[in-house]
Design a protein around this ligand. Structure first.
Ligand code: ATP
Length: 234
């Protein structure tokens, strides 16, 4: 049976200044619906390239990407636009909020993408920001801004929530709270979540751990009993 996400023998080459860089080489992994996957690997291992291809921000040179039965790797540019808009929620290291819109307005903007989106105000409640809805990004801490960006990503009810180093700019405790929130969102809202990190101590929080090395997936580990983030120290 096919998994919810299938990354099959994916290759990605970049040609820069006559040199070919193989960012991914026959990389394969799968993630089931509702799972929390952590993607681990050293700098340059291909993690971001893989996530960008999965999210339709970049395209594979070879191989196949399937999400929810759809062969995303065969999508036209136009189909990719729709896929990014409706099916994918992105959370980045830097929050990329619109500076002259309040927290609520930032989430509303994303919620407008689909008719059956979540209520923006309720989504901010879910991420613990009930008291800060009318603040502008500059008036919020880094952790609070990241909560807004998570609310923005989940308000449109994406099939996948893709997070690239979501705690990279946060201190230890704030980062931990954000990871706890992502784990909670996966469990409570049944969202499929993929998180890229450098920090191998985070492996126990995941249902599935995907290890990248030199553009390949060298190991996939399934945790029968993932550890709540609050119990992990690093
Ligand atoms: N647009 C691009 N043009 C040329 N080379 C690229 C491009 N994007 C990525 N690469 C190269 O592909 C390889 C994989 O990069 P990638 O960003 O996927 O690694 P990563 O595992 O996410 O690393 P990091 O943890 O440092 O973000 C690297 O050698 C990188 O320099």
């Amino acid at each position: 049976m096919m998994a919810y996400i299938e990354f099959n023998q994916v290759g990605k080459q970049y040609a820069s200044e006559g040199v070919v860089i193989r960012a991914l080489e026959n990389a394969s992994f799968s993630v089931e619906k509702g799972e929390l996957a952590v993607i681990l690997g050293a700098s340059g291992a291909g993690k971001t390239t893989a996530l960008n291809i999965l999210g339709g921000m970049d395209t594979a040179t070879s191989g196949e990407v399937v999400v929810d039965g759809e062969v995303v790797s065969r999508y036209s540019d136009k189909q990719l636009v729709g896929y990014r808009r409706t099916d994918i929620g992105f959370v980045f290291q830097f929050y990329n909020l619109v500076p002259n819109l309040t927290a609520l307005e930032n989430v509303e903007l994303a919620a407008q993408i689909r008719q059956d989106s979540l209520d923006a105000s309720e989504t901010l409640d879910k991420v613990g920001l009930s008291e800060r809805k009318n603040n502008f990004p500059a008036q919020l801490s880094g952790g609070e801004q990241q909560r807004v960006s998570i609310a923005r990503a989940i308000a449109k009810k994406p099939k996948l929530l893709l997070c690239d180093e979501p705690t990279g700019a946060l201190d230890y405790n704030t980062g931990k709270q954000i990871l706890q929130l992502l784990q909670d969102m996966c469990r409570r809202e049944k969202i499929t979540v993929l998180i890229i990190t450098h920090n191998s101590a985070l492996a126990p929080m995941a249902d599935k751990v995907i290890h990248f090395k030199n553009g390949q997936v060298v190991k996939m580990v399934h945790n029968e009993q993932p550890t709540p983030v609050e119990q992990i120290e690093w």
